[in-house]
Write a protein that binds this ligand. Structure first.
Ligand code: MG
Ligand code: MG
Length: 237
């Protein structure tokens, strides 16, 4: 899983390099596919329930699951990239949001808060702490900044499957959940909206957008619980 995570980290950094005014989301997808091929890995997104691409590309008010296309990003957009890879049967999964060129103060604040909410969630991933403390930490950061946390889509266990139980909500669901133990691995992935937390799915059956059209950001890492606390697999070492 460490190796899978490092391939995903490389996809994050190489796709980030090409994001600029005029790039299409399909061109970003191609970069991800090339890295997976070059590293002898496999895609966990391609053909997942019929998903047609290697990464998800979700601009502006799109929250998650956007399909790469001929859409050209323009200066001022924000774009969320969700990416993953399988190495020898083990999965890595991560996401980030970035601005295209110069973006509004509100958009930059949303991205910064969402990234910080993930780090706050990771900080409580200690052996013996309860799983749902992650969501409480994420929600506290988002709501302290008058932003909202998506409810319908959540993080997950990860291992030999991309999505394993249990779910990892990005909000406090009312119960503490199971205790985290060394050896557990979770994909934690806050989706934070500038407006309401409500979502809807577009007619393509994949693209999830904010119901009110407000901007949304998404950060995700694959993280193991160790005796010494959290180990993040999907950031470059
Ligand atoms: Mg993901
Ligand atoms: Mg995930």
């Amino acid at each position: 899983m460490r190796k899978a995570g490092q391939i995903v980290a490389e996809i994050k950094s190489k796709t980030l390099e090409v994001i600029r005014d005029g790039v299409t989301t399909l061109e970003i997808d191609k970069i991800a596919r090339e890295i997976i091929d070059k590293r002898g890995a496999k895609s966990n997104f391609l053909n997942y329930h019929g998903f047609p691409a290697t990464i998800c590309t979700s601009p502006n008010s799109m929250i998650v699951h956007g399909i790469p296309s001929d859409l050209r990003l323009v200066e001022g957009d924000i774009i969320s990239i969700d990416c993953g890879a399988i190495w020898q049967g083990y999965h890595g999964d991560a996401a980030y949001t970035v601005g295209v060129g110069k973006i509004s103060k509100e958009a930059a604040h949303l991205i910064e808060v969402t990234s910080r909410s993930l780090d706050a969630g990771i900080a409580v991933m200690q052996p013996g702490r309860h799983l749902h403390e992650i969501g409480r930490a994420v929600q506290n950061v988002a709501e302290a900044n008058n932003m909202s946390v998506v409810r319908e889509y959540v993080g997950h266990g990860i291992g030999t499957q991309m999505h394993e139980s249990p779910n990892v909500p990005n909000y406090w669901p009312g119960t503490p959940g199971p205790k985290m133990r060394p050896g557990n691995v979770f994909a934690v992935e806050p989706m934070v909206n500038l407006g309401s937390h409500r979502t809807k799915v577009l007619p393509d059956g994949w693209s999830v957008v904010t119901q009110d059209g407000s901007l949304s950001a998404h950060f995700e890492d694959t993280i193991a619980i160790t005796d010494n606390g959290p180990e993040i697999f999907t950031r470059e070492k």
